[in-house]
Write a protein that binds this ligand. Structure first.
Ligand code: NAG
Ligand code: NAG
Ligand code: NAG
Ligand code: NAG
Ligand code: NAG
Ligand code: NAG
Ligand code: NAG
Ligand code: NAG
Length: 294
């Protein structure tokens, strides 16, 4: 009897919680424009398929339980569809290519997903430049199950091809990239320093960050930040068991969330990404401590 009553109370509590969470859920609208953009890297300019002209594409931010509508307007020359990695419930349109000149609105109903996910063009050749982060923050009344970070940062590991990627020549084999990128930056060791830029991430001393690392490359990649240890907190849209590491190995298309404390001496530290198969093809960015003058 007693335990039945307790069970009932527990259930009521759960329902109450559920209603609380639901009542805080929000609806977000995003407009995406698929375009042909001219981008210069590695000393040459090429026609590049992008979303809103940027590589990587825009980041989506929502809270757990939200509904997100993304209207994709195709102003480019090829038909595409978008894949929402790791999201269970979406009006996915997966079998529906968006033709040039048309638009399609995806409806994404977030449920238990939390942390970092990503979206990309479904076809591999278009996915190389058409991709971005999908960040799911805790619901408004929900805490992180770890110390609350001061801020967060998404870092997308990508690749760059000198050749124009089109539907006609869509063969992208692992290891073929002409350069690897950190958030779209090739770094300055490419011999094209007049056009190529280096990724920079400014942090405040003693602040705690969630760093969301997305491997958009179809290869196993190694990622690290010199002198800083990383605490893994999430993978594939869920919190994970915490573990400490100095460098991350990310499987093809894997996403990992880590906590990083900016607890080293003020200065600059290398952020590196490279394919596991070839240590010589490393690309570097810089973690820079903000210097405060009091
Ligand atoms: C994409 O560009 C359009 C038009 O410039 C703008 O209205 C929209 O807000 C942009 N979307 C994102 C996610 O930045
Ligand atoms: C798009 O296609 C049209 C017609 O085929 C062509 O004239 C135009 O140059 C193409 N634009 C790009 C950016 O490829
Ligand atoms: C995508 O949506 C279609 C129709 O809306 C559905 O039949 C299909 O199962 C969905 N696929 C996935 C992977 O959710
Ligand atoms: C989006 O597509 C619908 C039909 O699917 C059309 O009615 C609408 O005008 C389009 N909107 C824009 C802004 O192109
Ligand atoms: C990833 O690479 C493998 C070969 O290692 C290939 O079979 C597969 O089709 C590729 N996937 C994508 C999405 O490019
Ligand atoms: C890929 O396609 C573009 C445009 O159609 C063409 O200029 C380029 O030479 C092709 N590259 C390869 C390797 O076939
Ligand atoms: C690339 O660098 C060269 C040399 O500084 C410059 O002339 C050119 O305008 C740059 N191109 C772009 C797209 O920034
Ligand atoms: C990396 O570079 C070193 C020294 O330049 C060379 O000996 C080694 O063979 C290279 N490794 C690969 C996988 O290319």
């Amino acid at each position: 009897m007693g335990s039945q009553k307790q069970g009932l109370m527990w259930l009521t509590g759960l329902l109450f919680l559920n209603i609380l969470v639901l009542s805080c859920a929000d609806v977000q609208y995003y407009e995406f424009f698929l375009q042909e953009s001219q981008i210069t890297k590695l000393c040459s300019t090429k026609n590049t398929l992008t979303l809103n002209g940027s590589f990587p594409g825009p980041e989506i931010r929502a809270r757990r339980g939200d509904t997100v509508f993304v209207n994709v307007h195709n102003q480019a020359n090829s038909s595409v569809s978008i894949t929402w990695e790791g999201i269970e419930d979406s009006n996915n349109g997966s079998n529906q290519l968006i033709q040039p000149g048309r638009n399609f609105t995806y409806q994404i109903d977030l449920d238990d997903e939390i942390g970092t996910l990503w979206w990309h063009a479904t076809s591999a050749w278009a996915s190389a430049t058409v991709h971005g982060a999908f960040v799911v923050l805790p619901a408004a009344n929900e805490d992180y199950p770890f110390p609350t970070p001061d801020s967060d940062k998404t870092i997308i590991i990508g690749e760059w091809f000198r050749q124009e990627l089109t539907e006609a020549n869509q063969t992208i084999a692992p290891g073929q990239a002409d350069a690897y990128t950190i958030d779209g930056h090739t770094g300055e060791t490419t011999g094209c320093s007049s056009n190529d830029t280096t990724f920079e991430y400014e942090v405040d001393y003693q602040s705690l960050y969630i760093v969301r690392i997305i491997n958009a490359v179809n290869e196993t990649m190694e990622f690290g930040v010199a002198s800083h240890s990383l605490t893994i907190i999430g993978q594939r849209g869920a919190y994970s068991r915490r573990s400490f590491t100095n460098s991350l190995t990310l499987a093809p298309h894997q996403v990992t969330d880590v906590l990083m404390c900016a607890d080293q001496n003020l200065g600059h530290y290398y952020i590196t990404a490279r394919p596991a198969s070839d240590a010589n093809r490393s690309t570097a960015g810089i973690l820079r401590y903000a210097t405060t003058s009091l």
